[in-house]
Design a protein around this ligand. Structure first.
Ligand code: ZN
Length: 441
């Protein structure tokens, strides 16, 4: 079951847009002429890389549902599993091509003429060809030398180009490949007119600085677009994607929730979070961000995983503020502790006031929501009572509301103390008392 927002424990606060945003310090450097941070495209690979995720098995119907959802979200390209993988994969590829989606459909094959013929026959808008160029891949999966790779690539590229569709050439495991070999082969394929070349961090070893240097160097030797593919083994996939765009790459491969081989690739949602921080207008103009949560739920359910609690944007607490100091500032101006505006994603921010970390400003806002009338001093007083109970156990909104309501009743109802009887305890003290003593039924 997917993790859900425990909305009853939180206080929804205003959807007011962030104030006082004059200049975005998180955007691209104006003098950075290489950067495509404000003009990038995504190649959505949930139906290719994502099918390599350990839990993934997509029926034809599920693939079509996901493809339509990705198209509706605004994916520029949708990449699907090689039609050579199985007969059903070939039929599924054809079925997705026949949907008439706005997004361009790509498939991903080894650099092989037979595979290329099968791929172009499915009706795709483009073919991504890939070949291992690192010394590891040349020793094991295909055992070919660089001159063989170059010749095979050129024949296959010429064939695909002759069909009038897009063609991308990518090396696999690019960051562990010989840079001279890589640049030579990219120069050759650029010369014969590929639509784009790709760099793939197949093992997730690259760091942002290495990415910047490789992409910038590649940019200086090819005239076509550059696509990047980053695995997340060392947690750098989003940072590497952003850095690649800064260095001149134009397209980034993503998948919903980052699903893919091992722990996957750049996640669509996290990448959107990074990019909207850089250029909100561009991202909002291209992608329907309010569809992200449903898209993630669709894929999470299909591969039987939860949305991670700390997921950017859609993690259950991504827009929940708890500490008293934070709550006070957020109630005054959401920009204080948020770089992203939840309403851009069709989501709400919450102040979690039911804990011992709460502050009187958050409780004041709750008192106002409850339409109760208390002075600031009274609110500070009742906040102390809430914190006292919060020291004993976890609180929920009902605990807090009952303390507030009891306190409110007390201060608005003059108490008559019995002449000789015992004093009546505060109601919230009764509540506090009840949790201290073990209950015996
Ligand atoms: Zn991959």
């Amino acid at each position: 079951m997917a993790t859900t927002q425990r909305s009853e424990d939180y206080q929804k606060v205003s959807e007011e847009p962030h104030k006082n945003v004059i200049k975005n310090p998180y955007g691209p450097n104006p003098g950075d002429y290489l950067s495509n941070v404000t003009s990038f495209k995504i190649i959505e690979s949930t139906l290719r890389e994502g099918e390599q995720f350990a839990n993934a098995f997509f029926t034809t119907e599920k693939k079509i549902e996901i493809a339509k959802a990705l198209d509706d979200f605004g994916a520029d390209y949708i990449e699907v599993t090689s039609p050579c993988a199985s007969e059903q994969c070939r039929k599924d590829c054809e079925a997705i091509c026949n949907l008439g989606l706005r997004a361009k459909i790509l498939t991903h094959i080894k650099c092989d003429m037979e595979a290329a013929k099968i791929a172009v026959d499915t009706g795709v808008d483009g073919v991504d060809i890939v070949i291992g160029a690192s010394k590891y891949l040349r020793q094991h999966p295909h055992g070919k030398d660089m001159s063989y790779i170059a010749k095979a690539a050129i024949d296959v590229i010429e064939f695909i180009k002759s069909k009038g569709i897009e063609i991308r050439f990518s090396s696999e495991d690019s960051f562990r490949s010989n840079i001279v070999d890589l640049l030579n082969i990219y120069k050759s394929v650029n010369k014969i007119g590929v639509t784009r070349v790709g760099i793939a961090d197949t093992v997730g070893c690259a760091n942002p600085r290495q990415v910047y240097e490789l992409v910038k160097t590649l940019k200086s030797v090819v005239s076509c677009d550059i696509e990047c593919h980053f695995h997340n083994d060392t947690g750098c996939a989003i940072a590497n994607s952003y850095t690649a765009l800064e260095a001149g790459a134009k397209l980034v491969d993503v998948s919903v929730l980052g699903i893919g081989e091992r722990n996957g690739i750049t996640p669509l949602g996290g990448f959107m979070a990074r990019m909207i921080a850089a250029d909100r207008e561009y991202v909002l103009s291209k992608y329907k961000l309010h569809k992200l949560r449903n898209l993630e739920s669709l894929v999470a359910d299909a591969v039987e995983v939860n949305i991670p609690f700390n997921n950017p944007i859609t993690g259950f607490c991504a827009f929940t503020h708890k500490a008293g100091v934070h709550a006070k500032a957020m109630l005054a101006n959401p920009h204080t502790y948020e770089i992203l505006n939840p309403s851009d994603f069709g989501l709400s921010r919450y102040i979690q006031f039911a804990s011992r970390l709460t502050g009187w400003n958050a409780i004041k806002a709750r008192v106002e929501q409850l339409n109760l009338d208390l002075t600031d001093d009274q609110i500070k007083n009742v906040t102390g009572k809430i914190k006292k109970l919060g020291d004993v156990r976890a609180l929920n909104i009902d605990d807090v509301d009952s303390i507030i309501k009891n306190y409110h009743a007390d201060v608005h109802t003059p108490q008559v103390k019995p002449a000789n009887g015992p004093s009546i305890p505060d109601k919230d003290e009764v509540l506090l008392d009840s949790v201290k003593k073990p209950r015996i039924d």
